[in-house]
Design a protein around this ligand. Sequence first.
Ligand code: PMP
Length: 412
Amino acid sequence: MTMRDEFPVFKQLVYGKRLAYLDSAATAQKPQCVIDAVVNAYSNINGNVHRSMHYLSDQATQAFEATRIQVKNFINAKQSKECIFVRGTTEAINLVASSYGEQNVHPGDEILISGLEHHSNIIPWQMLCQKKDARLKVIPLLPNGELDLSRLDDLLTDKTKILAITYVSNALGTVTPLKKLIDRAHAKQAVVVVDGAQAVPHLKIDVQELNCDFFAFSSHKMYGPTGVGILYGKESLLNAMPPYQGGGEMMITVTHENTIYNEIPYKFEAGTPAIAEVIGLGRAIQFIEEVGFPFIKQQEQVLLHYATQKLQEFPEIKLIGTAAEKISVISFVMAGIHPHDIATIFDQYGVAVRGGRHCAMPLMDYFGLPATVRISFGLYNTMEDIEQMLHALKEVIRVFKKQRISKYQKEV
Ligand code: PMP
C-alpha cells in the first residue's frame, strides 16, 4: 500500500484522468483515518463538550481534550492550556490582533510584518493600526523571494509592539529565518506572532525552542478537517488578554451587570466548538506523527528539486521565488499565457494547481504580476504527479503555439 492509497479522494478519476493533486497549500487531502475519526465522532459520541452530564457529552469532552494534549505535544507547548481551538489561522491572528492588540497597541506604536504575508496576516494588523492610530511597517523582499533583512535595524524599533511574520510563504515557499527574527524582536520587547499555516504540515514545530509568543495554524492544511485551527500563546500573555468573543463556556458566572471570565484556554473558546473536527485534527496529528517528519521532508524535497529542475528546462517559464531555503511550493509564470489559463488547461489533464494571487496581493505587486501558477506538495505526492504536470504543461505550450500561429495566419 502506498501513501496515496490512504487517501480515498485518489480512488476517483477526474475527467477520466488520474488525479495529480498539486494544491495542498490551499488545502490538503484527508486520509481515511481522519475521515473515519470524524464519522465516528458524529456516529457514536455526539454530545456537546464541557457541559451536559451524560455519557455522550463525557465521551466527546474526553476526545476533544485529548486532542488538545496531542496539539501541545505536536508543537511542544509547555502546557495544553496554551493551545486554543479556533476556526483556523485567520481567526487565530484576528484573535491576537483584537485582544492583545486592543490592550497593548497605542497611538504612535508600530507593527511589523513582511512582504511575504498572506492577507490573513496583513488585514487584521491594518485594521488594528487604523483603530489605534498605529503604523504598519513591512520588511521588504529580495528579488529571489527572501526577506531583505539589511534594513531590519531601521524597521524594528523601540516603537515596534508586534512582529507578525510567516514561517513559510504560501505563494513562494520561502522559509523565513524565524528564530533570528524572533530573537531580534524580543531584543526590542516586541511580541512575535507566527503565521505557521504553511509550516506545520512540513516542518517539526517546537514553539518553546522558537520562543515565539503566538503561533497560528489550520487543521485543513495538515490533513485534518476544515473549520478548526490552533492559536498557541504563552500562558502569561493569554492570561493577561481580554476575551475575544463573549458567549457560553468562556465565563464562570454571569449576572446582568457583570461576567467573571473562565480561565484559559476556555476564556477564548466562546460557544460550541467544531467538536468532531477537533477530534479529526487529533487523528491527523497521529497520522503525521506515524508518517514522521523525516520521511515528509525527504519526500517533498526530492519532488521540489525534481520539479524545479524540470520546469527550468522550459525557456517560456520563469520561476517566481528561488530562495535558498524553500519548501513544498513552486510558483511560476509563462510568457504570454495567463496563469488562470494554465491552471484551467492543467485541470483538463487531471492536474490540480492554483492559478491566482494566493491571497497575497502585495507580494504579487512586488513582482509586478497579476498572478502565478502555484504547484504545492503534500506527503501523498509522487514523481508520477510531476510527470503528469509536465505533460499538461507541454500541452499548454502546444495549444497556445497553435493559437498564435492561427491568429498570425488570419492577420496575414
Ligand atoms: N496564512 C497562510 C500562510 C496561509 O497559507 C493561509 C491559507 N491559505 C492562511 C494564513 C489562512 O488560513 P485559513 O484560511 O485556514 O484561516
